[in-house]
Design a protein around this ligand. Structure first.
Ligand SMILES: [Zn+2]
Length: 95
């Protein structure tokens, strides 16, 4: 085989190999890719995600959830106060 034709063949083979490598890489990345259940952001290895009950939740959303949980008591108290106030206003309107 003339050297030129061999070089062409090598080039073709190389481009096929590069293509396969790219496919394998994408497949590999997809396996590590998760979508946040809450904000739907896509996470790779560099965006930490927690698997909770088979669903992935990103760190930012978890942080927000944690804040909601810690302020839950305060929120509940506010709701209770609101309810009492509304009741008092209703009662005063009935009189
Ligand atoms: Zn998220």
């Amino acid at each position: 085989m003339p050297a030129e034709r061999r070089a062409n063949r090598d080039e073709t083979l190389n481009s096929i190999i590069e293509g396969r490598k790219m496919e394998a890489y994408v497949e590999h990345m997809t396996k590590e890719m998760h979508t946040c259940w809450i904000c739907e952001k896509v996470g790779y290895r560099n965006r930490p995600m927690k698997n909770i009950g088979g669903r992935y939740i990103c760190f930012e959303c978890l942080k927000q959830l944690k804040e909601s949980f810690t302020s839950l008591d305060k929120w509940e108290a506010e709701q209770q106060l609101e309810k009492e106030m509304r009741k008092k206003i209703d009662d005063s309107l009935k009189m």
